[in-house]
Ligand binder design. Structure first.
Ligand code: WTA
Length: 632
């Protein structure tokens, strides 16, 4: 990380907004807006809530009487689906395209708001038919297809809690998440498509839920044409379930603080955390940040290339764009198949105005050369976004020049599964610096602090921390309030602890440096070092394992495992292959481990904890730092 920081500190060029961008920006006087919000953040968020529809208004905007279990819009009644769909019905928005979807094979599907609303109502009635009610958990394990959004909205509509599991996770990982939440229903598909290949999703999910104490039914979205093994009285095709259902369904009036979804994310232990988000604060935070940062206009076509299985997909593929009543693009597959121009082609084909993507994707496409984006004018593009990891200045400039053709501002948005919404991000009218997420969003108070919670001087690295609560924040860790307190409210006294390192420059701009804790970011996907270690030691040949992250030119970070084998086991190339495969089976392709090295010993503390920091420093040829805790 040291190398990155040095590069970032030398990044001085300021990109001022063009006259055109300034003229059209929703927020022109950004300093004044920030100043006003900083004076009274609660008032700022109170006003923001008025942009949305409520069944009945809240009494108290913010309640911190049971900190850190904060509440927002206390007593208010709402439903995020009311704002995504219901309120557009009977207005000109209902005939607008809500979702454009392109399949791996390039097939297109469009749904207007009216059609989407009908599909959601039918699905919601289908769930009710299967006896799903308020508060019940529904797991969704699907590729990036419109039914993922339909299923999420259908759950929310009837007050059920959805939990989407990214399709790149293994059967084991899916099972672990289903068990933790006690999901009654699993929504999946027969097959998925990626790079022209067919992935057998149904066999994988059958394996995942075999003997599950909670799953009552499996809803199968038909994506292929081949035979599917369906279990009697448990499995039902999505079409068969929804076809006979009425296309109207009442939206449940939820309390602001009622849970909307659980999304699992990696932490520092092997067990993923079930991050809980609620209807009220989440919808307000999303709507305000999306409207201002992405500067949306009513006729925009917007494309976020994330997968709905991640928070980016939840917040900014599904919920925020639909609340805004604009067109959101979804795509199945990968950016470089069938050719490395897939992204640029889609932008031209659907006249995309806003592109929101990740540095790892930009770097991967940079490897194919600028000749690919240069072939496309992409005239419709007005604004670009980045998320998931620090964007290195080189990738920023490439994105700006060859994709944005030097005219689109780049919104580098820093946020997390836990924050729910953008936290540190430019507004289009602000001057930009390549590689900086710029300033906290109005109403957010971010700081760089040391271990004791003291602010550190300008230019010095420290922990990125948030001073005051915000509406879209997580409410707890599902069934584990203690872990919620310990992870987020103890590490940086007086602050929400983000787990990231950062520094501020003299203009107050934030430069995010990466994680401070033991969480890897491989191609922008969060995965715990401990998760990979735990997968490794579950193999019969492995006694102990220590996993570290190494800088990687495309993926940002890659995982390397140091493994102590059990007595008598030989460390061969075949075993390396077997262990890599084993990790894949346990966790899924997302946890790809590039290197495995067999060692005799691992550096440990006296209490027996593996010191990953020391392994990493040794591997990267860096100073070992403080080794006083080392046992040997
Ligand atoms: C990292 C994704 C630098 C960060 C929305 C954070 C970023 C983690 C940025 C959360 C950014 C996200 N610049 N780093 N613009 N955006 N990160 O929960 O380390 O999948 O803590 O949420 O991604 O990852 P998560």
């Amino acid at each position: 990380m040291k190398g990155t920081t040095e590069v970032l500190l030398n990044e001085k060029k300021i990109y001022k907004p063009s006259d055109k961008v300034l003229k059209n920006a929703k927020i022109k006087q950004w300093r004044a807006v920030q100043k006003k919000a900083a004076k009274d953040p609660v008032r700022f968020w109170d006003e923001a809530a008025n942009d949305l529809d409520w069944y009945s208004y809240w009494g108290q905007t913010f309640d911190d009487s049971n900190a850190p279990f904060f509440k927002w819009y206390v007593g208010g009644k709402c439903n995020i689906v009311q704002n995504c769909l219901d309120r557009h019905m009977g207005t000109p928005v209902e005939n607008k395209t809500a979702i454009i979807w392109e399949s791996d094979a390039g097939k297109r599907r469009k749904l207007t708001y009216k059609q989407l609303n009908q599909a959601v109502c039918k699905m919601a009635n289908g769930l009710k038919f299967l006896k799903i009610k308020r508060g019940d958990r529904v797991a969704i394990y699907l590729q990036n297809i419109p039914e993922t959004a339909i299923a999420m909205l259908a759950c929310a509509k009837i007050g059920a809690v959805h939990s989407v599991v990214y399709a790149g996770f293994s059967a084991n990982a899916l099972r672990e998440r289903i068990d933790d939440q006690g999901a009654k229903i699993l929504i999946t598909s027969d097959v998925g498509h990626r790079r022209g290949k067919v992935i057998d999703m149904k066999s994988l999910t059958d394996k995942a839920i075999s003997g599950s104490p909670s799953i009552q039914n499996v809803i199968v979205v038909r994506q292929g044409t081949g035979p599917v093994t369906m279990k009697m009285n448990r499995d039902i095709y999505y079409d068969a379930l929804v076809d006979t259902q009425p296309s109207i369904c009442r939206t449940e009036q939820m309390d602001s603080e009622d849970p909307l979804f659980i999304l699992y994310t990696s932490g520092t232990t092997a067990k993923p955390k079930g991050v809980v988000h609620v209807h009220g604060g989440y919808m307000v935070g999303l709507n305000r940040t999306f409207q201002w940062v992405m500067d949306v206009r009513p006729d925009d076509v917007y494309w976020c290339t994330a997968d709905p299985g991640w928070i980016t997909g939840h917040s900014y593929i599904v919920y925020a764009p639909l609340m805004a009543g604009i067109t959101t693009v979804m795509f199945e597959g990968v950016p470089d198949f069938p050719r490395p121009d897939r992204i640029w082609k889609i932008i031209e084909k659907y006249k995309v105005n806003i592109l929101y993507t990740a540095p790892t994707l930009i770097r991967a496409l940079m490897c194919y050369g600028e000749k690919w984006p240069m072939k496309y004018k992409m005239k419709s593009l007005r604004l670009l976004g980045s998320v998931g990891e620090p964007i290195n200045p080189e990738a920023w400039r490439w994105y700006h020049k060859f994709v944005g053709k030097n005219k689109c501002p780049i919104m580098d948005t820093w946020w997390q599964t836990e924050t729910g919404m953008f936290m540190i991000s430019p507004l289009p009218s602000m001057p930009l610096k390549a590689g900086s997420a710029t300033l906290p969003f109005p109403g957010i108070k971010a700081e760089v602090v040391d271990k004791k919670g003291n602010k550190v001087p300008v230019g010095k690295g420290g922990y990125l921390a948030i001073k005051t609560p915000w509406p879209a924040m997580l409410r707890t860790i599902f069934k584990n309030p203690k872990r919620y307190i310990d992870t987020y409210w103890k590490e940086s006294p007086g602050y929400y602890h983000t787990g990231d390192m950062a520094h501020k420059d003299k203009d107050g701009y934030f430069w995010i440096q990466g994680r401070s804790d033991d969480v890897l970011s491989i191609a922008g996907h969060r995965i715990g070092n401990a998760e990979i270690e735990s997968a490794l030691v579950s193999h019969k040949s492995v006694a102990e394992a220590g996993v570290i992250g190494k800088p990687h030119p495309v993926k940002g970070e890659s995982a390397k495992a140091f493994v102590i084998l059990r007595r008598g086991v030989k460390g061969t190339d075949i075993l390396i292959k077997t262990l890599k495969k084993h990790i894949r089976t346990k966790l899924g392709p997302i946890a790809v481990t590039d290197e495995i090295e067999f060692v005799e010993k691992l550096p440990k503390t006296r209490s027996g904890k593996i010191m990953r920091r020391v392994i990493k420093a040794a591997e990267l040829g860096q100073d070992l730092g403080d080794t006083s805790a080392l046992a040997d």
